[in-house]
Design a binder for this molecule. Structure first.
Ligand code: ATP
Ligand code: MG
Length: 316
């Protein structure tokens, strides 16, 4: 029996198109309240996974359960509490955004207030939603309306395939705020694929990275970015003597990087003793900053074909 806490459970998912394998043996569990980021380079298999999860295409192998219901055999129950934006939704071009959403709302036995809430949430300008036909919408407005549709009626699981595509910074912020609010206030669970790594880092609590159809790693964002060995930036005087002192203390990699600053590689648990050693020996330490890798560093490291670290690292 599936764990009650798991909202979306993907097991052994494989999807082949002819001879090509788009997704291979994927296991994934999205738990209640997760804002789960789904990452991977172009062609990694994210959209294919999402399509399989929503029953839009049939997996070659494996199974998907949503809220305990098997998508293949109990489709209606599985999909009943799911909102999704995957492909372009089929909106009528000659109706306004609001009229389009009202049509969908009626099909789902929802009132017009649900439509208002959804439009309001994505900040799709009221005037645009009222007066303009969908056919005249800009790309970003279409995307916003698609997100509003996915959120209509506050579903328990919302699956968004690259929701930020084509959105301007203000719209991106509105969507990010909305996702966080729905997760916090309603316990809505999200699976969001994205190429905006900074966005994922700030919005998601868990991530999975897919590469060439296979899961590279998944886990808690904070934990993934909390490596056991860290690069530490230390501003200390006098510098050369301090470097000698660090090397003598077993911090072999201590190297001067700029005036007054040394970089050291150290285990996270050794940072306190590193500091203590310097201070006890009479050095003046004015800065000691572990350089936390960004999700972008992490992503590039894990998905590069050659596996070599990237020289243009964005560590901060
Ligand atoms: N209908 C299809 N027929 C044949 N091959 C397909 C089909 N859909 C996807 N693929 C292939 O499966 C692989 C994974 O594609 P998918 O769209 O899932 O990747 P993605 O991670 O969503 O990429 P992107 O970031 O570019 O959106 C690609 O090699 C793609 O060409
Ligand atoms: Mg895709």
């Amino acid at each position: 029996m599936a764990n009650a806490d798991v909202v979306l459970e993907i097991r052994g998912l494989t999807k082949r198109y002819g001879r090509a394998t788009a997704v291979s043996g994927l296991d994934l569990a999205v738990r209640a309240g997760d804002v789960y980021g789904f990452l991977g380079p172009n062609g990694a298999g994210k959209t294919t996974t999402i399509r399989c999860a929503l029953g839009l295409v049939r997996p070659s192998e494996g199974s998907v359960r949503i809220l305990g219901h098997d998508v293949a055999t109990q489709f209606r129950d599985a999909i009943a509490h799911v909102g999704a934006l995957v492909e372009r939704p089929a909106f009528y071009p000659y109706l306004t955004g609001r009229a389009n959403l009202r049509l969908f709302a009626r099909l789902a036995h929802l009132g017009d207030d649900a439509v208002d809430a959804a439009l309001d949430g994505v900040r799709l300008a009221a005037a645009a939603a009222e007066d303009r036909r969908y056919g005249t919408y800009s790309q970003g407005m279409r995307q916003q309306l698609g997100i509003a549709l996915a959120l209509l009626g506050t579903p328990r699981l919302v699956v968004l395939d690259e929701p930020m595509n084509g959105l301007d910074p203000e719209a991106v912020r509105a969507v990010r705020t909305l996702v966080r609010r729905l997760a916090a206030e309603h316990g809505t669970t999200f699976l969001v694929s994205s190429h905006l790594l900074h966005e994922v880092e700030t919005t998601c609590n868990r991530v999975a990275i897919l590469n060439a159809g296979k899961l590279v790693i998944d886990g808690n964002v904070d934990e993934l970015l909390q490596p056991a060995i860290v690069d530490v930036r230390v501003r200390v005087t006098p510098l050369d003597a301090a470097i000698e002192c660090l090397r003598a203390g077993g911090f072999d990699g201590a190297t001067r990087v700029e005036d007054g600053v040394v970089h050291v590689r150290a285990r996270a648990e050794d940072l306190a003793s590193l500091n203590e050693r310097l201070v006890r020996s009479g050095f003046r330490v004015s800065e000691l900053a572990p350089l936390r890798p960004t999700l972008e560093d992490f992503f590039l490291e894990r998905t590069r074909a050659d596996g070599k670290p990237d020289a243009s690292s964005s560590r901060r």
